[in-house]
Design a protein around this ligand. Structure first.
Ligand code: AMP
Length: 443
């Protein structure tokens, strides 16, 4: 039985889907106005592992993520770069999906773009107006928090502070209360606009896209919602307020899971703080597997400090692990004892660091059998390509040297042959003499 820490109840709970073995899981996706950074990688790798684990346990998981392709940040970027907002969004969406694939994230069933759900968004705002939860001021329709008494049940707070997702707070002095948020923004010259007779022409506020998408894809109640801890307030509170007001059904989501921040010099890594390292930049130095190893060596709920040293450590550990796995021979059946231990850790709120330790323990256990098959199974969840054979390309100069050495050996000029072998070793390669000839390997 999987246990998850549910932000909504502040407890570790047994995970029971609403319907049988089916799970509907939604995770907040990126706003596509820039390259994705390592903070995004942390959240999405950790939810990828969670998704893989649910499937491993036999659940039928439907994993949905939104893409925010209309938002103030995208519009600002398009004004700065004098480029159509659609082009900006399309470009960074493509880059994001590419980064996800490179990081071995293939678990998402559907990426849903906000602009493909405008009818659903308009329909939600109209229903909120009809039910008396929304009011109109000069620049748009706003949610009236006074009307929704449960606001704050997820995060334990109702009030905004100045440093809460500041760029995303809709400021207007006419608002009834400071925390009220915009559902539909009236059109402004040179901004993207969608027609609506009832609402007046305009564009969606930020929080409404997620509930419009999930209502269409999942219905008014579903199993699991995830995202980074920064989104818990006010974004996730706003989602709950919108959906539960429309449907009258509670809770909108049974389990809420939040990932801790990736930090750099004690601050959250973020685009707005300008302290970010893009996934693409990091990939120039480290392999996707090392990045995944770095992320999953840490529990998803905990913050993770980024530093060159931390990534170097991850690289060394990963390489050691991969080398040890490379030496395994296919013998024995899956080691059920170790799989059980592994599952115990993963069942405990997806404890990937401890599950990784089980894998290390298995490797070092001299008596254990079936290591290769067992690790193969565990790696279905970690996605670290531990048993994938790398295609090593041996440089031409090394191959030429190896040939020269062969000729010396044929002529029984052993000293010269040994000299060349040493030279090859110094260049980082080793020669293995076998019955069939010489193998050249990376040292
Ligand atoms: P954004 O593009 O800022 O809307 O973020 C998309 C997703 O990435 C959200 O779930 C965020 O919570 C998450 N995220 C952004 N920055 C970080 C970070 N530094 N560490 C962990 N998750 C993050």
């Amino acid at each position: 039985m999987i246990k998850v820490y549910n932000t909504l109840t502040r407890k570790k709970e047994e995970f029971r889907p609403i319907k049988g073995k089916e799970i509907k899981m939604f995770v907040c996706g990126p706003t596509v106005y820039d390259y994705s950074h390592l903070g995004h990688a942390k959240t999405y790798v950790q939810f990828d592992v969670i998704a893989r684990y649910f499937r491993f346990k036999g659940y039928k998981l439907s994993y949905l993520q939104n893409i925010t392709d209309i938002d103030d940040k995208i519009i600002n970027r398009s004004n700065d770069e004098k480029t159509d907002w659609k082009k900006i969004a399309a470009k960074y969406e493509k880059e994001f999906i590419e980064d996800m694939k490179t990081l071995n994230i293939h678990s998402v069933n559907k990426y849903a773009r906000a602009t493909d759900y405008i009818n659903e968004i308009i329909s939600q705002v109209k229903r909120l107006i009809k039910k008396g939860y929304a009011y109109k001021i000069s620049d748009g329709w706003y949610f009236d928090l006074e009307k929704y008494k449960d606001y704050g049940k997820l995060s334990g707070r109702r009030k905004l502070k100045k440093d809460d997702s500041v760029s995303r707070i809709d400021e207007n002095k006419e608002k009834k209360s400071f925390g009220d948020f915009c559902l539909w923004k009236f059109s402004k010259p040179s901004e993207p606009v969608w027609e609506s007779k009832e609402l007046s022409d305009g564009r969606p506020g930020w929080h409404i896209e997620d509930t419009a998408i999930t209502e269409k894809e999942f219905g008014v109640q579903y199993d699991l919602h995830g995202g980074g801890i920064d989104l818990m307030f006010p974004h996730h509170e706003a989602e709950i307020a919108q959906m539960e007001s429309i449907s009258g059904k509670k809770p909108m989501v049974k389990y809420w899971l939040h990932t801790g921040f990736l930090k750099i010099n004690k601050n959250k890594m973020s685009k707005s703080l300008g302290n970010f390292k893009t996934i693409k930049d990091i990939l120039k130095i480290y392999s996707p597997e090392v990045i995944r190893y770095f992320i999953i060596s840490n529990h998803y709920r905990k913050p993770l400090d980024f530093s060159q040293d931390a990534l170097e450590n991850a690289k060394n550990s990963y390489n050691r692990l991969k080398n040890l796995c490379g030496e395994l021979k296919p013998e024995g059946k899956i080691n059920e004892n170790y799989i059980k231990k592994f599952e115990e850790e993963m069942d405990d709120n997806f404890n990937t660091p401890r599950a990784l330790q089980i894998l290390w323990k298995l490797l070092r256990d001299e008596k254990a059998r079936g290591k290769l098959k067992t690790i193969e199974k565990m790696d279905e969840i970690f996605g670290l390509n531990l048993l994938k054979k790398e295609k090593i390309i041996i440089p031409v100069n090394i191959l030429t040297l190896a040939k020269e050495r062969e000729n010396f050996r044929k002529n029984k000029e052993w000293k010269k042959a040994d000299e060349i072998r040493n030279k090859i070793n110094k260049l980082g390669y080793i020669l293995e003499d076998t019955e069939k000839g010489v193998n050249v390997k990376k040292g």
